[in-house]
Design a protein around this ligand. Structure first.
Ligand code: ATP
Length: 235
């Protein structure tokens, strides 16, 4: 099966300062892949390079087989890739239901409906009339994931979904989400600081250090490489 996302020799940075250098990776349909690395390793820059969200990018970025370098973000997303951004996005002055309804306007047909999102996250159903600015961190994360699902994109990229959440809440949201996405055969790229959770839920892991990929392989293999985890993640 051809990759749904493929980076070849990608370098990226800001204002002439390189953050990523020579990054190559390919995601096949249905894979769940964790991107790991210390603060500043370049994880968010990698995600932003895919969506053309700021960094200067050199090299090839292909989404669904199309070369997308330089495309505006909305056009890249329309190929069928959705971002759950760090900080979570959405419109703070709109209610939960309004934010979700806006996400359904992508024009893509699919199986995700508002009701299915509310079944996945019952807490959002209870809060449907609440302004999203009044949500807790966990609820805001559920909303961001719900919005991405409603675009019906087959590929989801989650940037640090557990950031700022109490560990049990982060675990609940991520386990619920990844369990559901696995059942649907969606492809998932997840930037995640919670190493045990990432390695448990994703069969493959990519470790970034100093803007380069230092490991790309089975999560179980990485888990056994204690010296690598200590050197590059400090665990
Ligand atoms: N918009 C920007 N302008 C300039 N430099 C940036 C910008 N965004 C990130 N950087 C720099 O790029 C480097 C990598 O940042 P990036 O956010 O990609 O790392 P990260 O691995 O996602 O880290 P974190 O876990 O802290 O989010 C850092 O040195 C950061 O200061």
């Amino acid at each position: 099966m051809s990759p749904v996302l493929e980076l070849s020799g990608v370098s990226a940075g800001y204002g002439g300062a390189a953050v990523l250098e020579g990054v190559s990776l390919a995601l096949r349909p249905g894979e769940r892949v964790a991107v790991l690395g210390r603060n500043g390793a370049g994880k968010t820059t990698l995600v932003h390079a895919v969506f053309n969200l700021g960094p200067q990018v050199a090299g090839s970025v292909r989404v669904m087989g199309r070369e997308v370098a330089g495309w505006p973000t909305h056009r890249i997303a329309r190929l069928g890739i959705a971002l759950v951004p760090q900080g979570r996005g959405g419109f703070p002055d709109l209610t939960v239901a309004e934010n979700l309804r806006l996400a359904t306007l992508s024009g893509r047909s699919g199986t995700w409906t508002l009701d299915r999102v509310f079944t996945l996250f019952p807490r959002l159903a209870e809060r449907r009339a609440t302004l999203s600015s009044a949500l807790s961190g966990g609820e805001r994360q559920m909303l961001a994931i719900g919005r991405a699902l409603l675009t019906q994109a087959p590929v989801l990229v989650l940037d640090e979904p557990s950031e700022g959440l109490a560990p049990p809440i982060a675990e609940e949201v991520i386990v619920t989400t990844l369990g559901r996405l696995e059942a649907e055969g969606k492809t998932v790229l997840i930037v995640e600081q919670n190493l045990p959770l990432a390695l448990r839920l994703c069969e493959r892991a990519i470790l970034l250090a100093g803007g380069r990929i230092v490991f790309d392989g089975a999560s179980a293999t990485l888990q056994a490489r204690r010296e690598m985890l200590t050197e590059h993640l400090g665990v």
